[in-house]
Ligand binder design. Structure first.
Ligand SMILES: [Zn+2]
Length: 301
């Protein structure tokens, strides 16, 4: 059985606190690992969470503020130290190329792993693998910021019993799949539709078109809620979201599992984020992220 889960490595915006590391998230998606926004201290959080350098196939950076990228230097050196046997692909805003290069080559070390730098310069598809398509959308923050979304293609599962009952076998199965119909038997009668799963990662942005587009219909949305609703003006000024804003987006987009994170150190009670998210009308599964939490993707529809 393939594993799809979010491993939360850190949840603090701007500065770490006694209970929260800088940001960091690993998404396990079947055999692949995608590391999002590794802030300072991510290497040690990986150790505490049971995530190895070998687990990372792809790195996605939303923007080059320290709480989303300072961990790159350590993580990249660890990938090389451990001689990870596969190449690693890194995505980040193209305007921050110099920051990525500096973090990648922050100190001397021996390079043993191919790291492919694939900067993001516009909205759209970045890559495709067997089990997902990865796309990026521009967000609205004082520095260039992109959110990411994984889309698993929809598929159809052929049902052997029904095929047998209608006498369809061998090469006829392929013919039916291609044509959608064979000798009066339709594809719907002998197969079931299996919608692909979707995951979105939205960090450091005020409300904008990109936020809504990324959240649309996803099974899991990981989204920043730096502020509580009473500080909505601060959020707007600094290019952030409140708990209520993030939850309203999720409710409108029919998100199944909402993960709020990237909390300002000014708030002592995490439960208040949950109260405001519910008050904003989000009725699905809700997680207020804590460091080292593992959150499974919701069961398939
Ligand atoms: Zn941040």
């Amino acid at each position: 059985m393939s594993v799809r889960e979010l491993v939360v490595l850190g949840t603090a915006s701007q500065v770490p606190t006694r209970h929260r590391n800088h940001n960091g998230y690993l998404l396990r998606w079947d055999g692949q690992g995608l590391l999002f926004d590794p802030g300072e201290g991510t290497q040690r959080q990986m150790l505490r969470a049971g995530v190895a350098a070998h687990d990372i196939n792809r790195i996605c950076i939303t923007h080059f503020h320290g709480d989303h990228s300072l961990g790159l230097a350590g993580v990249i050196q660890r990938i090389n130290l451990d001689r990870v046997p596969h190449p690693v692909t890194a995505h980040y805003p193209a305007s921050g190329e110099r920051f990525f290069d500096r973090l990648r080559y922050a100190t001397a070390y021996r390079e043993t792993v191919r790291i492919a730098q694939r900067p993001v310069a516009e909205d759209g598809e970045l890559d495709r693998s067997k089990s997902y398509l990865l796309e990026a959308r521009r967000l609205s923050h004082p520095v260039e910021s992109y959110g990411y979304r994984l889309i698993e293609p929809d598929t159809r599962r052929m049902l052997p019993d029904r095929l047998a009952a209608r006498g369809i076998a061998g090469p006829d199965i392929g013919r039916l799949q291609r044509a959608g119909e064979l000798n009066g038997v339709t594809l719907d009668e002998v197969s079931e539709f299996r919608p692909g799963q979707r995951f979105a990662f939205v960090m450091d942005t005020r409300l904008c078109e990109g936020v809504h587009a990324l959240a649309e219909g996803v099974d899991m949305l990981v989204i920043e809620s730096t502020f509580l609703d009473e500080d909505v003006q601060l959020a707007e000024d600094h290019g952030h979201l409140t708990a209520g804003q993030a939850a309203r987006v999720a409710a409108e987009a029919k998100v199944r599992h909402l993960v709020l994170t990237h909390f300002s150190q000014r708030y002592a009670d995490p439960d208040e984020f949950a109260r405001q998210a519910r008050a904003a009308g989000f009725a699905g599964e809700l997680t207020i992220a804590r460091d080292l939490l593992r959150v499974p993707l919701p069961k398939r529809r």
